[in-house]
Every structure is written in C-alpha cells, then in structure tokens.
Design a protein around this ligand. Structure first.
Ligand code: ADQ
Length: 738
C-alpha cells in the first residue's frame, strides 16, 4: 500500500523558545486534527517546518526534533531564518495570500522573497528525498508549497503526489497579475491529483491553465508532460466530535456554558470568531452591526456581539492598520451605544481554549461568519456541529467556500452592510421550526462530510489517479530516446524525414504571417536536405506561395502545402494531389467565418488555395475556444455530404478539401524514394496524426508538445525538436555513413 507522507508548511507541533528553554506546543487546527489519525492509520510521516530556527545549532532543540522524528513520526524541515522570513512572511503571506483572496491591491512582490520561496520549496524537496520510499503517497498541503510537486517529480518521476489547496484559487484575471505565475502552475502540474475546496476554485485554475500556459483541460483532468492529472473539488470538513463531544463529557465546557447563559440571560448572542485578517471581513461586520443598532433601536440592550479575534501576522503594515481600525470601530460602537449595564460588543482579542470556544458556539443565537473571501471557513462548520438543539441560525458570507455546501444558512454579501444588517434581524426573528429544520440539515451534512471522509476520499482519488499512470498501458507517447534515435539514423543507409512547420520547427506566433523562418532554420533544413541518402519533406498547412518563398531555394527539399492539397517534388515542380474541383464553396463558407470573426476581436481569416482558416490565437482564449466549438458545429451541419470538412487545429478552425491530408501527400512523394530503414516524422497537431498512423510502429514518429497523440514518441517544444535535428545533422557531417 505504501506509507502516507503529509507535507505542510507547519508541523502539527511547534517549537517555541521560552525563558526555560524550548517548549513544544501541539496545534489544535482542523488540519492537524484531521490528518493525524489518517497519517497514523497509513503508517505515515509528517514533514514540515517546526517553527523558529536558531542561527546556530542548538543541541537541546536538535534532541527534541530527533525525538519527534522517532516517536511522533514528525520530520522537521529547518529553514535558515532569512529564508523562512522571505518565504513565509514574504512571498506566501504578502504575495500569494492577498492575491489568492482577490486582493491584488494588498499584494507586494519582492524578487528576494520569491528566491526564498524557491529556496524553501527546494529545501522541503531535499528533506523529502532522504525519506521517500518507492511506494509512498505524498500529500502536499497549501499555497506555501506550490513548487514542490514538480520539484519532486523531476527527481522521482514515478512517485505518487497529491496536492490540496486550502485557500481559494482566484479568477484568472487576478491570478495573471502574479509575476511568477507560470512557475507556480507548472509546480502544481507535477501532481497526480490536484484538489480544491470548491468547483469554482477548480474552474478558476482551469481558466488560468488556459490563459497562462495555453493548456486546455477537462472538468476532471488535464494532460501535462505526458501524464494525466486528476482535478477535483473536495470541500474539507471538521472532526465534529472534537467540538460537540466536549458538550457531553467536558466539565470545563459545561461550566463555561452555564456561565455564559447566566451572564447573557435575556439577551440574544451574536458570535463571530476569526483570525484578524483582512479577508475575514471584521470591519464590515462591525459596520453592519452598527447599522443594525441604528435601524432597530428596539434591539439595543437586547443583543450582544461577541467578537473573538486572534491577532495574526503582526508586523505587516496591512495587519497593523486592520487592528487599529477594528479597535476604533469597537470603541466607537461601545462608546456611542453602550450603557452602564449593556456593552454592545464584547471583544476577545486572543486565542481561546477549545472549551471556551465550544461553550460560545453552543450558547449563541446567531453564528455570524462573514469573510470577504475564504477557501472554506471551518468556523461555520464548528458552529453548526455545536448547535445540537438546533436553535441557532448560521449567517454566512456567500464568498466563503462553505457557502457552496451550506445552502440552508442565511447567505449575505458582507460588502452590502445594509442588507447584512437586515439579514441579522431576520435571523433573530426566524421562527423556531424553521431554525431547527435548517440547522438539522446543516448538521447532518457537517457530521457526514467530516475531515475523515474528506481525507479518505482524497487518498482514494490520489491512489486511483496514480494507478492509472503506473499500471495502465505504457504511456504514449513516450519521451523520445534521443540517443537510440540517433544511433538508428546513423546505422541506416536510406532515411526519410517528414517535418511539420508551425509548432514543430517554429513556435506559434499570434498572426500566421509573423512566424517567419530564421536564416539559421533555413540553413539547418538545407544541411539536412543535402545528403543524397536523406529524403526530406516539409509538410505544412501553409500555402504553396509561402512555402516557396521561404524554402523554395533549398535543393532536394520536397514541400507539401495546405495539409497535403499541393506538393512539390525534389525537382521543383508543384502539383495538386488531386485535380482541383470547383472552388465556389469559398463564397459560401467565407461569410460564416466572417460572422464569427466579427464577434471575436483579434481573430483573423486566412485564405489559401484549397482552404479557408479562422485563426483565433490572439483572441481571448476562453471566448475563442467557446466560439470555435460553436463554429465547428455550425460548419459540420453545413458541410455534411460535401467534399469539404472542418478541422479544429491549435487555435484555428480550417475548412478544407476532405481528401487533402499529409499522409497521402507524404506517400505520394515517397513513391519516388528508395525504401528507407530510418523513417522520421515530427508534427504537433491533428493534421500530423494520419501520417504517424501511416508510417506505422517501426518509424520514429514524434509529437511535439504535451497533448495525447498516436505518435510513439514526444518532444516538448520546437526548441527540443531543433536541437534533435541539429544532432542528426552533426551525425551526418562528422560520421558520414559510407
Ligand atoms: P483559516 O484561514 O485559518 O484556514 P478557518 O477555516 O476559519 O480559517 O479556521 C480557523 C480555525 O481557527 C478554526 O478551527 C477556529 O476554531 C480557530 N480559531 C479562530 N479564532 C480562534 C480563537 N480566537 N481562538 C481559538 N481558535 C480560533 C485555512 C483557509 C480556510 C480553510 C481552512 C481549512 O483560509 O478557508 O477553511 O484553511 O482548509
């Protein structure tokens, strides 16, 4: 089965330096509670940062860490203090955190922090490499470690890796603001299974993959680097017993609950529990509460808001300002509305014990959870777990991930303070039957979709995803074994070489007219075509005029234009693959393409001798894909039973003669060539697939890029293709086969 290795920024225990030496504190967070039993059940390890690392080795501390590794199976990743600062306080919390919560205005980007982020992820990888065994399952958590999956994959290509993002994944418009966005996405694509709190976060990732890396995906998976990565929305749960269990058996909780009931008798209790963070909407809540007291004077003296807020990330200016703002708002509320026997806001500015928290959850009439943006928000679920009599009402922000599965709550837009106040009033007036019904439904879901079922589901998905890769049919295409290919080239007396142009020899340009071949590329093709034993053809979707103007002067080179409609033999004469039929079809098809072109800024229509093409590479990628689908189905209907057909290529839709294809053209050329032991075809899109099929299993068929293909091998980019060709040229020059 393999062990489970949990990896997160913090270990579930933290070492703190006190006056009496180092002290270990156990984390009570939801992640630790959920993962510890799962980890133990899977014979696991937990790898993470143990807290402040002293500049010099401290023997006592090291002894403690060694004991953690032996007894608790917790493996510490020590980070040099300046790396830890730049990584955690810097890039993770001042760049990724605000950006992923849709606050681009709070983002600071500092290249030095980025370097620390890379260094910290690399350090995690190094520690993991000393521990990982072949069958282990690696489960990486959260935004601090987004580069780690790919770093591990590079060292251990077969290892099973899953990743869960606890915070939101932002809309691609926001994500694109990030200076190092490509690296982060590629980092995540090192996984086998990538999961998010909600479908909307998952959709945002898919949109970023398309816009940033040009990578299309399906709802449930994406292909990258020859692997299939499973994509999932998997909302995290809590360990409900850890909360509601205290109401049965903990005397301390019982005592506190009685105290609260006594103290607030005759008053309705509104409860808010947050870390002090700008994403949590604390000032907005306080202003909405003020509106409530202003618009409903009869509530004065009858309600109390208990705001529990743990300070966090002190030292960061945005957080300092927030703390001042919260202090002022609370001061003003209590000053303006308070009376000698009524304080409108009770402010608890520290972490409270579990017993105190559970008592507050159970005693409150309204759980007021109002983040401006939150991955999930566990407080909402903890409140529901503790509402056993079902009398309370959950008021929940529609911007918390939890809103996606807690439809029975009263949902609010926390930015709309007026209507939030009205909703709180409604919550206080809600009839008891309705409250019980809603809370009952919420509770059943919170108890069922708990942290344990969440972790089990994730691990099952990860195992399945990796099993498809590890035990499935041999992955096709495989990475081209370059040395073997060169050796086979070297041994052969005769060689056939078929090369596609766009996307294979040159990267795609926005407009088809701008992808000129460089002089160096033309020279390379010349050299390749020089040897009499080599028969080289360039097969492209381009027009014969373009191909002639670029490669017309290359001696010995055969050209195939318009995906096979026209060809030029090595003697230099152009011919059509078949006698050309009537071309009045263009008059019927062009208006359709123009109609789509007019709706899609940045798209262009290209007319070739035998085809019409709508290119949308420079258009908005999502809109372009969507319209391309629509155009495809319109054309399919229109062209049924004609000799034309519509083809979806990379960022284009082409209408062409059905008989024009590269395979037929290539074989027509090869009729004049002697049989060859070495046959190579390289191409990057659907138009090359027929040729791959035709050449069969003993040819070197190579797909350029990451998409699935019927080719035997793949290379990732035109750059790789050119350097492979250069190796072939080198081989023919240095060691001519005689
Ligand atoms: P957080 O941003 O930390 O978590 P949240 O899900 O609300 O947010 O969890 C906070 C935890 O801290 C809760 O368990 C709560 O009980 C506890 N807590 C808060 N204030 C406290 C106080 N004053 N005293 C004691 N305990 C307190 C991140 C994401 C979330 C996501 C979780 C889990 O930002 O969106 O739900 O991870 O995936």
């Amino acid at each position: 089965m393999g062990r489970l290795i949990v990896v997160s920024n913090r270990l579930p225990m933290t070492l703190r330096r006190t006056r009496d030496g180092w002290r270990a504190e156990r984390s009570t967070g939801g992640l630790a509670t959920a993962m510890m039993p799962v980890m133990r059940r899977n014979n696991g390890l937990w790898v993470g940062w143990p807290g402040e690392t002293p500049p010099a080795v401290d023997a006592r501390r090291q002894e403690l860490l060694d004991r953690w590794a032996r007894r608790e199976r917790l493996i510490a990743v020590d980070l040099a203090p300046e790396v830890a600062r730049g990584f955690y306080e810097g890039f993770a919390n001042q760049t990724l955190w605000p950006l992923f919560h849709f606050f681009p205005s709070h983002v600071t980007f500092d290249p030095v922090s980025w370097d620390s982020y890379v260094a910290a992820n690399t350090r995690f990888m190094q520690v993991l490499l000393t521990r990982i065994e072949k069958d282990d399952l690696i489960w990486i958590h959260d935004y601090h470690l987004m580069l780690l999956p790919q770093l591990l994959r590079e060292s251990l290509p077969d290892i099973r890796i899953g990743f869960f993002l606890h915070i939101p994944f932002p809309a691609s418009e926001v994500f694109r603001v990030l200076p190092r966005r490509e690296e982060l996405l590629r980092g995540l694509l090192g996984t086998d299974c990538l999961a998010f709190q909600t479908h909307s976060h998952l959709q945002n990732l898919r949109s970023s993959l398309l816009r940033v890396l040009g990578l299309s995906s399906r709802m449930d998976c994406v292909q990258y680097g020859g692997r299939t990565i499973r994509l999932e929305a998997l909302p995290i749960g809590i360990a409900p017993e850890e909360f509601s269990g205290l109401l049965d058996s903990d005397p301390e909780t019982d005592r506190r609950l009685k105290e609260l009931r006594q103290r607030f008798a005759g008053r309705r209790l509104l409860l808010a529990v947050d870390r002090v963070d700008f994403t949590k909407g604390i000032p907005e809540r306080l202003r909405a509460y003020r509106r409530l007291l202003e618009r409903s004077p009869d509530l004065r003296g009858k309600v109390v808001l208990v705001q529990v807020a743990v300070p966090s990330r002190s030292g960061v200016p945005v957080y300092e300002n927030l703390r001042h703002e919260v202090n002022e708002l609370i001061g003003a509320l209590n000053g303006d509305f308070g009376t000698p026997d009524w304080t409108p806001v009770v402010y608890i500015r520290r972490a409270i014990s579990r017993a105190e928290l559970v008592a507050l959850y159970a005693a409150s009439d309204v759980g007021w959870v109002a983040p401006l943006r939150d991955g999930m928000n566990l407080v909402s679920k903890e409140y529901v777990a503790c509402q056993r009599d079902g009398n309370g009402v959950l008021v929940l922000s529609e911007f918390a991930g939890a809103a996606a599965e807690m439809g029975e709550a009263l949902l609010v837009n926390p930015y709309d303070e007026e209507r939030t106040a009205a909703t709180i009033e409604k919550a206080l007036d809600q009839p008891i039957e309705e409250r019980r019904e809603r809370m009952g439904a919420l509770r059943r879901r919170v108890l069922r979709n708990n942290a344990f079922t969440w972790a089990d589901r994730f691990l099952t998905l990860l195992r399945e995803a990796a099993a498809g890769r590890v035990t499935g049919p041999v992955e096709r295409p495989q990475t081209l074994p370059i040395e073997r290919a060169i050796e086979s080239f070297h041994q052969a007396r005769e060689r056939w070489i078929f090369l596609d142009y766009d996307g294979t020899l040159v990267p795609f340009a926005g407009h088809p007219r701008t992808a000129w071949p460089t002089d160096a590329l033309i020279r390379q093709i010349e050299e390749l075509s020089r040897s009499e034993r080599q028969h080289v053809a360039l097969l492209s979707g381009r027009s014969r005029e373009e191909l002639s103007s670029w490669f017309g002067g290359v001696k010995g080179l055969c050209l195939v234009a318009e995906h096979g409609a026209a060809l030029r033999t090595a003697d230099g004469d152009w011919e059509s693959l078949r006698p050309s039929g009537p071309i009045d079809w263009k008059e019927r098809v062009r208006p359709v393409l123009e109609h789509f072109g007019d709706r899609t800024p940045g798209s262009v229509i290209e007319e070739k001798e035998f085809s019409l093409v709508w290119h949308y590479r420079m258009s908005d990628p999502e809109f372009g894909e969507w319209l391309a689908n629509e155009l495809g189905s319109t054309l399919e209907e229109m062209l049924a039973e004609t000799e034309l057909h519509a083809v979806r290529g990379k960022k284009y839709v082409e209408v062409k003669l059905a008989w024009a294809n590269k395979a037929e053209a290539a074989l027509r050329l090869a009729e004049k060539w002697p049989p060859a032991e070495f046959r190579l075809a390289m191409g990057d899109d659907g138009s090359d697939e027929e040729l791959f099929d035709h050449l069969g299993e003993d040819a070197w068929t190579v797909r350029i890029g990451v998409e699935p293909s019927r080719a035997r091998y793949r290379l990732l980019s035109p750059e790789d293709a050119l350097s492979f060709i250069q190796r072939l040229i080198h081989m023919q020059a240095v060691l001519p086969v005689t």
